[in-house]
Write a protein that binds this ligand. Structure first.
Ligand SMILES: [Zn+2]
Ligand SMILES: [Zn+2]
Length: 235
Protein backbone atom coordinates (compact mmCIF):
# COMPACT_ATOMS: atom_id res chain seq x y z
CA UNK A 1 0.00 0.00 0.00
CA UNK A 2 2.88 2.31 0.77
CA UNK A 3 4.19 1.91 -2.74
CA UNK A 4 0.78 2.56 -4.26
CA UNK A 5 0.19 5.71 -2.26
CA UNK A 6 3.66 6.97 -3.13
CA UNK A 7 2.90 6.46 -6.78
CA UNK A 8 -0.41 8.24 -6.42
CA UNK A 9 1.26 11.17 -4.69
CA UNK A 10 3.94 11.26 -7.34
CA UNK A 11 1.32 11.28 -10.09
CA UNK A 12 -0.58 14.00 -8.32
CA UNK A 13 2.48 16.18 -7.94
CA UNK A 14 3.39 15.57 -11.56
CA UNK A 15 -0.08 16.47 -12.75
CA UNK A 16 -0.05 19.69 -10.75
CA UNK A 17 3.25 20.64 -12.34
CA UNK A 18 1.75 20.13 -15.79
CA UNK A 19 -1.12 22.52 -15.18
CA UNK A 20 -0.43 25.98 -16.56
CA UNK A 21 -0.16 28.94 -14.24
CA UNK A 22 -3.84 29.52 -13.65
CA UNK A 23 -5.71 29.00 -10.44
CA UNK A 24 -7.66 25.77 -10.32
CA UNK A 25 -10.88 27.65 -9.67
CA UNK A 26 -10.67 29.40 -13.03
CA UNK A 27 -10.41 26.18 -15.01
CA UNK A 28 -13.41 24.81 -16.86
CA UNK A 29 -13.85 21.15 -17.66
CA UNK A 30 -16.30 20.18 -20.41
CA UNK A 31 -17.32 16.57 -20.96
CA UNK A 32 -17.56 15.61 -24.61
CA UNK A 33 -19.65 12.91 -26.21
CA UNK A 34 -18.18 12.11 -29.61
CA UNK A 35 -19.94 10.29 -32.42
CA UNK A 36 -18.78 9.09 -35.83
CA UNK A 37 -20.67 7.87 -38.85
CA UNK A 38 -19.87 5.05 -41.25
CA UNK A 39 -18.06 7.35 -43.67
CA UNK A 40 -15.79 8.68 -40.94
CA UNK A 41 -15.12 5.14 -39.72
CA UNK A 42 -14.23 4.07 -43.22
CA UNK A 43 -11.75 6.95 -43.65
CA UNK A 44 -10.18 6.24 -40.26
CA UNK A 45 -9.65 2.59 -41.05
CA UNK A 46 -8.90 2.63 -44.77
CA UNK A 47 -7.13 5.94 -45.17
CA UNK A 48 -5.15 6.14 -41.90
CA UNK A 49 -5.35 2.60 -40.50
CA UNK A 50 -6.64 4.00 -37.21
CA UNK A 51 -9.63 3.01 -35.19
CA UNK A 52 -12.30 5.75 -35.34
CA UNK A 53 -11.69 6.60 -31.67
CA UNK A 54 -7.95 6.98 -32.19
CA UNK A 55 -8.47 9.31 -35.13
CA UNK A 56 -11.00 11.29 -33.11
CA UNK A 57 -8.51 11.63 -30.24
CA UNK A 58 -5.79 12.95 -32.55
CA UNK A 59 -8.05 15.46 -34.28
CA UNK A 60 -9.80 16.49 -31.11
CA UNK A 61 -6.67 17.09 -29.05
CA UNK A 62 -5.27 19.21 -31.83
CA UNK A 63 -8.48 21.19 -32.28
CA UNK A 64 -9.19 21.84 -28.62
CA UNK A 65 -5.67 22.43 -27.25
CA UNK A 66 -6.02 26.08 -28.24
CA UNK A 67 -9.02 26.44 -25.90
CA UNK A 68 -6.80 25.29 -23.09
CA UNK A 69 -3.94 27.57 -24.00
CA UNK A 70 -6.11 30.65 -24.46
CA UNK A 71 -9.07 30.16 -22.12
CA UNK A 72 -8.16 27.35 -19.68
CA UNK A 73 -11.09 25.32 -20.96
CA UNK A 74 -10.39 21.60 -20.95
CA UNK A 75 -12.46 19.27 -23.12
CA UNK A 76 -12.41 15.63 -22.13
CA UNK A 77 -13.92 12.90 -24.25
CA UNK A 78 -16.18 10.63 -22.23
CA UNK A 79 -17.72 8.57 -25.00
CA UNK A 80 -17.30 7.37 -28.59
CA UNK A 81 -20.63 6.52 -30.15
CA UNK A 82 -21.46 5.18 -33.57
CA UNK A 83 -24.09 6.98 -35.55
CA UNK A 84 -25.56 5.65 -38.78
CA UNK A 85 -25.88 8.75 -40.95
CA UNK A 86 -28.64 8.77 -43.51
CA UNK A 87 -27.13 9.13 -46.98
CA UNK A 88 -30.27 10.86 -48.17
CA UNK A 89 -29.62 13.87 -45.94
CA UNK A 90 -27.88 16.42 -48.11
CA UNK A 91 -27.10 19.35 -45.85
CA UNK A 92 -24.99 19.71 -42.75
CA UNK A 93 -27.67 21.25 -40.60
CA UNK A 94 -29.89 18.30 -41.45
CA UNK A 95 -27.11 15.90 -40.54
CA UNK A 96 -26.58 17.63 -37.20
CA UNK A 97 -30.28 17.42 -36.42
CA UNK A 98 -30.19 13.75 -37.39
CA UNK A 99 -27.35 12.80 -35.06
CA UNK A 100 -28.90 14.77 -32.20
CA UNK A 101 -32.15 12.90 -32.56
CA UNK A 102 -30.59 9.50 -33.29
CA UNK A 103 -28.50 9.66 -30.11
CA UNK A 104 -31.27 11.28 -28.09
CA UNK A 105 -28.86 14.07 -27.16
CA UNK A 106 -30.35 16.77 -24.97
CA UNK A 107 -29.05 19.97 -23.45
CA UNK A 108 -26.88 19.60 -20.40
CA UNK A 109 -24.52 22.37 -19.44
CA UNK A 110 -21.84 19.93 -18.35
CA UNK A 111 -21.28 18.40 -21.77
CA UNK A 112 -21.35 18.89 -25.51
CA UNK A 113 -21.73 16.60 -28.51
CA UNK A 114 -19.12 16.55 -31.27
CA UNK A 115 -20.18 14.42 -34.24
CA UNK A 116 -17.78 13.50 -37.03
CA UNK A 117 -18.74 12.71 -40.59
CA UNK A 118 -17.15 12.32 -43.97
CA UNK A 119 -20.39 12.54 -45.89
CA UNK A 120 -21.20 15.35 -48.31
CA UNK A 121 -19.01 18.09 -49.61
CA UNK A 122 -19.21 21.81 -50.03
CA UNK A 123 -19.57 22.63 -46.35
CA UNK A 124 -17.38 21.98 -43.35
CA UNK A 125 -19.55 21.75 -40.30
CA UNK A 126 -22.54 22.95 -38.36
CA UNK A 127 -23.36 23.95 -34.82
CA UNK A 128 -26.33 24.20 -32.51
CA UNK A 129 -25.28 26.56 -29.75
CA UNK A 130 -28.52 26.12 -27.79
CA UNK A 131 -28.30 22.36 -27.32
CA UNK A 132 -24.49 22.24 -27.39
CA UNK A 133 -23.81 20.08 -30.43
CA UNK A 134 -21.55 20.44 -33.44
CA UNK A 135 -20.97 18.52 -36.63
CA UNK A 136 -17.43 18.30 -37.99
CA UNK A 137 -16.49 17.23 -41.47
CA UNK A 138 -13.33 15.25 -41.83
CA UNK A 139 -11.31 17.47 -44.16
CA UNK A 140 -8.00 15.75 -44.76
CA UNK A 141 -8.60 14.23 -48.19
CA UNK A 142 -10.53 17.20 -49.53
CA UNK A 143 -7.54 19.04 -50.86
CA UNK A 144 -7.07 21.48 -48.02
CA UNK A 145 -4.47 19.68 -45.98
CA UNK A 146 -4.98 18.88 -42.34
CA UNK A 147 -7.93 21.10 -41.60
CA UNK A 148 -10.27 19.00 -39.49
CA UNK A 149 -8.83 20.39 -36.27
CA UNK A 150 -9.60 23.91 -37.51
CA UNK A 151 -13.21 22.90 -38.05
CA UNK A 152 -13.42 21.51 -34.52
CA UNK A 153 -12.01 24.76 -33.14
CA UNK A 154 -14.35 26.83 -35.32
CA UNK A 155 -17.54 24.93 -34.49
CA UNK A 156 -16.87 24.79 -30.75
CA UNK A 157 -16.20 28.54 -30.86
CA UNK A 158 -19.77 28.94 -32.12
CA UNK A 159 -20.95 27.23 -28.92
CA UNK A 160 -19.34 30.14 -27.07
CA UNK A 161 -21.22 32.63 -29.29
CA UNK A 162 -18.34 33.56 -31.56
CA UNK A 163 -19.66 34.48 -35.01
CA UNK A 164 -18.33 34.61 -38.54
CA UNK A 165 -16.21 37.37 -39.99
CA UNK A 166 -15.96 38.26 -43.65
CA UNK A 167 -12.68 40.15 -43.67
CA UNK A 168 -9.89 39.73 -46.19
CA UNK A 169 -6.67 38.78 -44.46
CA UNK A 170 -7.95 38.53 -40.87
CA UNK A 171 -6.28 35.45 -39.46
CA UNK A 172 -9.07 34.27 -37.19
CA UNK A 173 -10.54 30.78 -37.07
CA UNK A 174 -13.99 32.40 -37.35
CA UNK A 175 -13.16 34.21 -40.58
CA UNK A 176 -14.93 32.59 -43.52
CA UNK A 177 -13.49 34.96 -46.13
CA UNK A 178 -12.01 32.94 -49.02
CA UNK A 179 -8.33 32.18 -48.75
CA UNK A 180 -6.37 30.99 -51.76
CA UNK A 181 -4.61 27.68 -51.27
CA UNK A 182 -1.71 27.31 -53.65
CA UNK A 183 0.13 24.16 -54.63
CA UNK A 184 -1.00 21.45 -54.82
CA UNK A 185 -4.64 22.46 -54.40
CA UNK A 186 -5.26 25.71 -56.24
CA UNK A 187 -8.58 26.75 -54.82
CA UNK A 188 -10.23 28.89 -52.17
CA UNK A 189 -11.12 27.67 -48.70
CA UNK A 190 -12.46 29.66 -45.75
CA UNK A 191 -9.62 31.45 -43.94
CA UNK A 192 -10.82 29.52 -40.89
CA UNK A 193 -9.22 26.40 -42.33
CA UNK A 194 -5.71 27.83 -42.39
CA UNK A 195 -5.33 29.40 -38.96
CA UNK A 196 -5.68 28.37 -35.34
CA UNK A 197 -5.73 31.94 -34.05
CA UNK A 198 -8.67 33.88 -32.73
CA UNK A 199 -8.89 37.62 -33.27
CA UNK A 200 -9.23 39.92 -30.26
CA UNK A 201 -13.00 40.20 -30.67
CA UNK A 202 -13.45 36.44 -30.61
CA UNK A 203 -11.12 36.06 -27.64
CA UNK A 204 -13.22 38.58 -25.73
CA UNK A 205 -16.50 36.87 -26.68
CA UNK A 206 -15.33 33.37 -25.78
CA UNK A 207 -13.72 34.61 -22.55
CA UNK A 208 -16.93 36.22 -21.40
CA UNK A 209 -18.93 33.08 -22.25
CA UNK A 210 -16.63 30.52 -20.67
CA UNK A 211 -19.29 29.55 -18.16
CA UNK A 212 -21.79 28.48 -20.84
CA UNK A 213 -20.44 24.92 -20.91
CA UNK A 214 -18.84 22.58 -18.45
CA UNK A 215 -18.08 23.00 -14.82
CA UNK A 216 -15.29 24.56 -12.81
CA UNK A 217 -12.57 22.50 -11.26
CA UNK A 218 -12.31 23.62 -7.68
CA UNK A 219 -9.67 21.25 -6.36
CA UNK A 220 -7.08 18.76 -7.38
CA UNK A 221 -6.17 20.20 -10.74
CA UNK A 222 -7.05 18.68 -14.04
CA UNK A 223 -4.01 16.59 -14.76
CA UNK A 224 -2.65 18.51 -17.68
CA UNK A 225 -5.86 20.00 -18.88
CA UNK A 226 -6.63 20.04 -22.56
CA UNK A 227 -3.24 18.66 -23.32
CA UNK A 228 -2.36 17.95 -26.87
CA UNK A 229 0.18 19.71 -28.95
CA UNK A 230 -0.11 23.05 -30.57
CA UNK A 231 0.25 22.16 -34.23
CA UNK A 232 1.65 25.05 -36.16
CA UNK A 233 -0.03 25.45 -39.49
CA UNK A 234 1.42 26.50 -42.75
CA UNK A 235 -0.17 28.76 -45.32
ZN1 LIG B 1 -19.21 28.74 -38.62
ZN1 LIG C 1 -12.47 36.46 -34.76
Amino acid sequence: MQVISTVIIALFVFSVILVPTVSAASTYMVDVITAYDEEFRSVAQNFYWYSPSTLIQILFNSGTSHFWDEFQISFQIVNYLFWDSNDAVTDYRGMLDEVISELGFTYNQRRILVAFTDQLSGAWGASDSLIGAVLVKHAYPDGVGQATDNIIQHEISHLYRAEHHWVDGLMCVMNVYPYWIDFPYYYHVPTALVTNYWCTDCINIISSNRNLWGYTITSGGVGGGGGGQNHPRGG
